[in-house]
Design a binder for this molecule. Structure first.
Ligand SMILES: Cc1ncc(COP(=O)(O)O)c(C=O)c1O
Length: 308
């Protein structure tokens, strides 16, 4: 049994976000603090994992094998879930063996690691990639990079319910859209499925536009049998995935000082900075109410400051 008890998912608080640049534009933002749902399995990761765990259970698997980089939030959450719930985890890592705080945690949580090099990792989307791994680990269930695919997206539909259940506490009866960071687009696709066109979902791309987020979202929508409408992708990568610059770092620091909300530079910091730019460009009319999703990832900050 890989699944947590039925009441496994704590509520993420939904809070007003007070920042000068929002107030002066007359825009209201509420932030859904997925970073606060669990100290280890934080952010969008529980949501992305849960349907994969159910599928693994149905397949009679004893654990999960998945992929990621040396700072991967997904592998970190998966390894922590395996340790907490007592299932086996194997991680296939990009590049060559290195010690990052994330990798140290993966090992401490009992995840078995294999380093694929860069070429080996690039082969992850080729047909037959999983065959030798599943021959080596026949008792495991394979989960794609980042917990993606339709299963990952379906688990993220619950994010909408969590926010909607708390709107009244903010004095809101409705909202005009969502704003969140995208890496694979799975979390965004889950919200688009849940919204079914009622509210738009704006995805701030943490990866360059040629990283295939749009086709991945479209393929999820197609597997769900729905039209690919109701979302928009906005470039927020600032020159590449994991690339940082002084403007971004200063913005993160100022935001943290002004609001007390911790951000990291790969996803949440870039997503909020992209929102600021769009607000300042006059994209949203005064009175617009948006829900910004804090997708977590704060564990990755450690390796980031240590290695740069
Ligand atoms: C902190 C954080 N935010 C956002 C994302 C992007 O999520 P998705 O891959 O579902 O687009 C990720 C990656 O998984 C992440 O680690």
């Amino acid at each position: 049994m890989l699944l947590p008890p039925a009441n496994w998912l704590p509520q993420a608080p939904l809070e007003h976000l007070h920042l000068d640049w929002l107030t002066s534009a007359g825009i209201e933002v509420a932030i859904l603090r997925l970073d606060q749902i669990d100290p280890l399995i934080s952010g969008n990761k529980w949501f992305k994992l849960v349907e994969h765990l159910k599928a693994a259970d149905r397949a009679g698997a004893e654990g999960i094998i998945s992929l990621g980089g040396a700072h991967s939030n997904h592998l970190h959450a998966l390894a922590a879930a395996g340790k907490r719930l007592g299932f086996k985890t194997v991680g296939l890592l990009r590049g060559h063996a290195q010690e990052t705080p994330t990798v140290q945690d993966l090992q401490a949580f009992g995840m078995q690691l294999h380093w694929l090099g860069y070429g080996g990792y690039r082969a992850r989307n080729e047909p037959g990639f999983w065959e030798p791994w599943l021959a080596q680990y026949p008792q495991l269930y394979a989960v794609p990079e980042g917990g993606g695919g339709l299963s990952g997206a379906l688990g993220c539909a619950a994010i909408k319910e969590q926010a909607q259940a708390q709107l009244a506490t903010l004095g809101w009866s409705d909202y005009h859209g969502w704003w969140l960071a995208c890496g694979t687009g799975t979390t965004l696709a889950g919200l688009v499925l849940a919204e079914a066109g009622v509210h738009p979902v704006y995805g701030a791309l943490a990866v360059p536009e040629d990283h295939g987020v749009a086709p991945q979202v479209e393929s999820i929508m197609q597997s769900a049998g729905l039209a690919t409408a109701g979302y928009e992708l906005i470039d927020a990568s600032r020159g590449g995935f994991a690339k940082v610059d002084p403007v971004l770092l200063e913005f993160i620091e100022q935001t943290e000082q002004a609001s007390g909300i911790p951000l990291e530079p790969l996803y949440t910091g870039k997503a909020l900075l992209a929102l600021k730019q769009q607000v300042e460009a006059g994209r949203f009319a005064p009175g617009t109410r948006l829900i910004f999703i804090h997708t977590g990832g704060l564990q990755g900050r450690r390796g980031f400051s240590a290695s740069r």
